[in-house]
Design a protein around this ligand. Sequence first.
Ligand code: NDP
Length: 453
Amino acid sequence: MASVYDRQVDFDTFMEGVEKRNPGQDEFVQAVREVAADVFPFIEDKPEYHEAQILRRIAEPDRIVSFRVCWEDDDNNVRVERGWRVQNNNAIGPYKGGIRFHPTVNESVLKFLAFEQTFKNSLTGLPMGGGKGGSNFNPRGKSDNEVMRFCQSFMTELYRHIGPHTDVPAGDIGVGSREIGYLFGQYKRLTGRWEGVLTGKGCEYGGSAMRPEATGYGAVYFLRNMLTRSEHDVEGKTAVISGAGNVATHAAKKINALGGKVLTLSDSDGFVHDPDGIDQDKIAWVRELKNERRGRISEYVEEFTGATYHEGKRPWHVECDVAMPCATQNELEADEARALVDNGVMAVCEGANMPTTKNGVDVFHEADVLYAPGKAANAGGVAVSGLEMSQNAERVSWNREKLDDMLLDLMSDIHDKCVDRGAGSRGRVNYVKGANIAGFERVAGAMLAFGVM
Ligand code: NDP
């Protein structure tokens, strides 16, 4: 009979298997590789994890639901898109994770996001498993009525697979308060039940007062924790931020509130650089541009003199003290990481999910830049979603001050877990390693308790 150690595959063999089983799913393989690189050394002397194939099981979603979404546009054309829900792991609580509407959405992207979400949700300490969903539907240029019809059609299939105790989706790229309203309304119509099945809801119907701000604010709290540990502060620092959506604009607001200066914002067409600083009034203008007028960031330079627009470029060559990628995955590559390092960046804190490529992360680590991965730094959003679930279950509503205090505590706690598990020599912290191991331990502990399933 084989001993436990005979069953202990090494990292390369494990990754070969992941690649073979997930052909063409580059983002998913990338996310698994990044976690496995830290988890393998950690479990080297823990045969029970190998025996129970824990990482192999977390890297295989519990299930993936894929469906057709038909809707009619304003010219009565029938349109057909794809929808998915990836339920990755529910060992520590109901599946939880956002819905993304963007033309780049495919199964690989959603599998990577659901996998990452499993570790992120574990780090919050709250009872939430990992999931993610979405569609290749592109909300850009669509009327409100078209978005409503699409959301209703999407939910007409999705509602069978979700529920307050099974799977609780939220927003993500392309899914904000407007879309959550349409999705929740359709769920309620189909089931006849008002229940906490989605988070990110409007405050009028069970939403959390701080949910829109939570991811961006939480990421800046994490950044401040990292800086404080190195005897620095946000005050007086210049910040380069990518994106102009929910996460980017709230991160920018909090940087300003703490005395920093925001130099850039971007969208998928280019970035704006405002050397005078993108202050709170300018951020309010950008939010109105994006959320009400559905405009492009290029319009910023027509409104504010002194700013420049850079078509087709990303902001990482602009000199800064801190960088916050807050748009999308793989938006900061190794050469851009090198440019940031050469320009003296001291900290990089991710508001987006996996925005820095593996080679980019290596550049930051080699240069000893403080680097916080999204799964830790942007966990404030899902943490406040977890609080929204508690409020819905208890039929109570907490005010902004209470929620902000809870967010501060949650982010400090996540930071401390990363420091604890990622501590290296000479006081250095590998936040990626810390997040991966701390996130893994909790999920793995629950899975061991359940036996083989
Ligand atoms: P939004 O839809 O509000 O904003 C996304 C922003 O990123 C927009 O400015 C968009 O530009 C830009 N963007 C999208 N795709 C690309 C691309 N392929 N290349 C360049 N820019 C792009 O989304 P959020 O702010 O909610 O999400 C941003 C990131 O944060 C995502 O990675 C998301 O997964 C992550 N996140 C979000 C959470 C939340 O609470 N919302 C929670 C945790 C993580 P354009 O308008 O041109 O599309």
